[in-house]
Design a protein around this ligand. Structure first.
Ligand SMILES: CC(C)(COP(=O)(O)OP(=O)(O)OC[C@H]1O[C@@H](n2cnc3c(N)ncnc32)[C@H](O)[C@@H]1OP(=O)(O)O)[C@@H](O)C(=O)NCCC(=O)NCCS
Length: 336
């Protein structure tokens, strides 16, 4: 008589780390002056209330897929990893226009992975940090050795140019990281969660069934109760950031960079104040020239910090992402 069947379970690397970062900014620069006329606003108002001076919008040729591939190629090259070594591709996005299949499978194929596992994550502006958290766990658990995590959006296609509350905020772009095994911890514990009671604060205006039965063509634009989101993000997310620091065993004094989701410059400032970050911590402010690119905003902001000398390899950075759902995720990482 044999006993119960014993299953083997996998075991991966002792630690995971980010090995390389890449980004792609669309070619079209859109200043506030192009937007404010339709929403009875001004360049001054938009800059003062959001910190945004201009944003990038993709052209027809710049798609969710093409921007993902471009950012990933840079990340792979910087990581010194070939696409054939990638076991898993995670794409965080809310603006891939096909409900199914996932754009991740197209990206994995175009990059030349060897049939890597590939799927999309729908956690809106928090999607990239969800992806980083999952990828670190896959690597440590042995489900994958090298994971590509992409945050990408083409929000210009689902932004209502006549909506005063959001027309000036949303933008397009892509960022990617290659993650892999490491001897030392490169990713701290993820602090994540959701508050479905506030599901309505940022959402697609019509569900797809309403789009199908509409008499006139309908684009299911994003709608947002900006002020409620603003109040929630400025305070609740500072707590999540502090918790991510505590769980990683990092004090604010040991932090080099703070890279929050680029939602609004005033939210970034309020969070930094509420977390009592020391003045030496460098803070990502990509939103001024890039707008809010949802899932892409953290890797894009990080890329700018490298370019401007505000971040370097080995730096300790706190990532805090939050958005529709409401969903949030934060972790401390060591920069590649
Ligand atoms: C959208 C946002 C910039 C608006 O700023 P705000 O300070 O909250 O502004 P409010 O909505 O309270 O409106 C304040 C006033 O400005 C007016 N206003 C709103 N939009 C305006 C615009 N585009 N131009 C000029 N005035 C505007 C309002 O009518 C209101 O006027 P009143 O005081 O006479 O009633 C801000 O709420 C925000 O960024 N929220 C976070 C949104 C976000 O990042 N979401 C993405 C997901 S994380």
């Amino acid at each position: 008589m044999s006993g119960p069947v014993e299953l083997r379970s996998s075991q991966g690397a002792p630690h995971a780390a980010i090995l390389g970062l890449g980004a792609y900014r669309p070619s079209r620069v859109v200043p506030n002056s192009e937007i404010v006329g339709r929403i009875d606003s001004t360049d001054e108002w938009v800059q003062q209330r959001s910190g945004i001076r201009e944003r990038r919008w993709a052209t027809d040729d710049e798609t969710v897929q093409s921007m993902s591939v471009a950012a990933s190629r840079v990340a792979l090259e910087r990581a010194g990893i070939d696409a054939t070594q990638i076991d898993c591709v995670v794409v965080a996005t809310i603006s891939h226009m096909m409900q199914t299949p996932a754009v991740a499978t197209l990206v994995a194929h175009e990059l030349g992975t060897e049939q890597a596992a590939a799927f999309d994550v729908s956690a809106a502006c928090a999607g990239f940090c969800h992806g980083v958290g999952m990828a670190a766990d896959f690597i440590r658990a042995g489900s994958a050795r090298h994971v590509l995590v992409i945050g990408v959006e083409k929000l210009s296609e689902i932004t209502n140019p006549d909506d005063r509350g959001s027309a000036f905020i949303f933008a397009d772009g892509a960022g990617a990281v290659v993650m892999g095994p490491s001897d030392v911890a490169g990713v701290g514990p993820v602090v994540w969660g959701s508050d479905g009671e506030q599901y309505d604060l940022i959402r697609q205006r019509e569900d797809w069934r309403e789009v199908i039965v509409a008499d006139e063509p309908v684009i299911p634009h994003l709608v947002m109760q900006g002020n409620a989101v603003f109040r929630w993000a400025s305070f609740a997310m500072a707590k999540i950031g502090r918790e991510a620091l505590d769980r990683a065993g990092v004090s604010p004094e040991q932090l080099d960079c703070f890279v929050p989701h680029q939602a609004n410059m005033r939210i970034t400032d309020a969070m930094a104040r509420a977390m009592k970050l020391p003045p030496g911590v460098r803070i990502a402010r990509d939103i001024a020239e890039q707008g809010n690119t949802s899932a892409a905003s953290i890797p894009l902001a990080l890329e700018r910090m490298y370019d401007e000398g505000d971040a370097k390899s080995g730096d300790i950075a706190l990532l805090v992402a939050f958005g529709a759902g409401l969903a949030y995720a934060a972790q401390v990482v060591r920069l590649p």
